[in-house]
Design a protein around this ligand. Structure first.
Ligand code: GLP
Length: 241
């Protein structure tokens, strides 16, 4: 797992945007995995700027997102679907029919997870997956546990995550308790992984991730086994290394 430490959040975001752009330059029909949360918003702004400057073309890409709250309607401003259109998809030339997120509005969530996993496989898997990290070491919504799941599934959010994500809702009581999320195998099957981490609050998680040990109690630690994973950090996030 390689790491790049940047001076600022903006520098981290710009390098992340270059990594994704370079993937698209090399393979215009790349299958891209995107993530939500506060951290990737800056990288999405950089990608929009690069698109507006004529530097990158999204017309042939396919995109899959890591996760979606359940239950959650697409049109809700709290949905990850809304976040992605608002921050990125509506501002670039990606084709609407090539954008996929797990269906938070499905009547049968288990079936929606199986369908999502099959769709991902049918597109040949992910060329590159973007990740953030939760304070408790979660990636997507794979929470610390005795056992981790391999493929897309219905996850229960931990109290820590509900609290951390409550800043995007009116209150913690409004955060959905479940989510549809890619499993650890879906993520680890990506040919490349790019993780962005910013801010002092994440410094203990960064230290645990680079510990040289692997445990389901800290899901991000598994990334140490990935053959092509790059972590870009700002200096605050890297402060305990
Ligand atoms: C959510 C998402 C994760 C993300 C995490 C951290 O729980 N499911 O994919 O990595 O938040 O987000 P932030 O970047 O806002 O700290």
């Amino acid at each position: 797992m390689k790491r790049i430490v940047c001076e600022t959040y903006d520098e981290m975001s710009q390098i992340g945007a270059y990594v994704f752009s370079e993937q698209i330059w090399r393979k215009p029909d790349s299958v891209l995995g995107f993530a939500t949360g506060g951290t990737p918003a800056g990288m999405y702004r950089c990608l929009v700027k690069m698109y507006n400057d004529g530097l990158v073309d999204f017309s042939k890409v396919t995109t899959f997102n890591l996760d979606e709250y359940y239950p959650m309607s697409k049109s809700s401003s709290h949905s990850y679907d809304y976040f992605m259109w608002d921050n990125l998809f509506s501002k670039i030339n990606v084709r609407r029919e090539s954008v996929y997120l797990p269906n938070g509005g499905a009547a049968d969530p288990e079936k929606a997870c199986d369908d999502y996993e099959r769709l991902l496989e049918s597109r040949g898997g992910l060329d590159i997956q973007l990740l953030g990290i939760g304070n408790n070491g979660h990636i997507a919504f794979n929470e610390p546990a005795d056992e981790l799941r391999v493929r897309t599934y219905v996850a229960e959010l931990t109290a820590d995550t509900i609290e951390a994500n409550s800043r995007f809702f009116e209150s913690a009581a409004d955060v959905p308790r479940r989510a549809l999320t890619m499993g650890m195998g879906s993520i680890m099957s990506a040919r490349r992984i790019l993780m962005l981490i910013a801010g002092e609050k994440k410094a203990p998680a960064v230290k645990a991730m680079f510990s040289g040990r692997i445990t389901p109690k800290f899901p991000a630690s598994l990334l140490q086994l990935h053959p092509d994973a790059v972590v870009i950090l700002d200096k605050d996030a890297a402060s305990m290394l």
